[in-house]
Design a protein around this ligand. Structure first.
Ligand code: NI
Length: 216
């Protein structure tokens, strides 16, 4: 029973954080670009997160992408492995490196159990994240980490399947552009469907403990 209460509390926190971050991003995004394409993405995410108990097994699924060696891959490429997925872009100055370091810490914390998991970084910036760029990028974090990219259409499909929000932000002060993006870490089973969503406030110890339970 205590466990059940814990789960409910965790989902409530996740909901609150999700909506908080979403509303803040939405507000600024709307200010920047009038928020057209953005809103539908945000609404889709919000719709799913309103029923967090429905998230497991309801989002995620099939994908067709290109890995950091330039090979075509699908959800079946990783066999009976669980996957720890993060969506971001290699030019990201702060959030992505922090989250990918966390992924590496989770793998270390899991010890032998990590053999059942493939950590995967999926780019939301395929324009700049070529397989070559991703190859040296993911190698900085974990030897087992896979970097995935693809055509804009392939990336849009996988973003949609995982309810990922990502949008280009131009800024006169910067060279190039930034990608504003959601930052949940996803655990999927070998079937590619989402088993758990972890907001960025979760520590690597908390996430590793939860993954351990799900692997059993
Ligand atoms: Ni990022």
């Amino acid at each position: 029973m205590g466990n059940m209460t814990g789960r409910i509390v965790r989902w409530i926190i996740l909901l609150a954080v999700g909506f908080g971050i979403g509303s803040a991003i939405g507000y600024f995004q709307a200010k920047i670009e009038g928020g057209e394409g953005y809103k539908s993405d945000y609404e889709k995410t919000a719709e799913v997160l309103k029923r967090p108990e429905d998230v497991p097994k309801k989002i995620g699924g099939a994908f067709n992408l290109v890995d950091h060696n330039g090979e075509n891959v699908t959800q079946d490429t990783y066999g009976d492995q669980f996957r720890l997925l993060f969506f971001g872009f290699s030019f990201c100055p702060a959030v992505c490196p922090t989250e990918l370091q966390k992924v590496a810490a989770i793998m270390d914390e899991l010890g032998e159990a990590a053999e059942k998991i493939t950590p995967i970084f999926i780019s939301v910036d395929p324009e700049r994240d070529t397989p070559d760029v991703l190859k040296s990028y993911v190698a900085q974090f974990h030897p087992k980490m896979v970097g995935l990219t693809g055509s804009q259409e392939q990336i849009d499909t996988v973003k949609n399947a995982f309810r990922v929000y990502a949008n280009k932000v131009e800024n006169d002060m910067m060279e190039g552009y930034m990608m504003d993006h959601s930052s949940f870490l996803y655990l999927t089973g070998p079937d590619g469907l989402v088993e758990a969503l972890y907001p960025s406030k979760d520590t690597f110890e908390e996430i590793a403990a939860d993954i351990r339970k799900k692997l059993k």
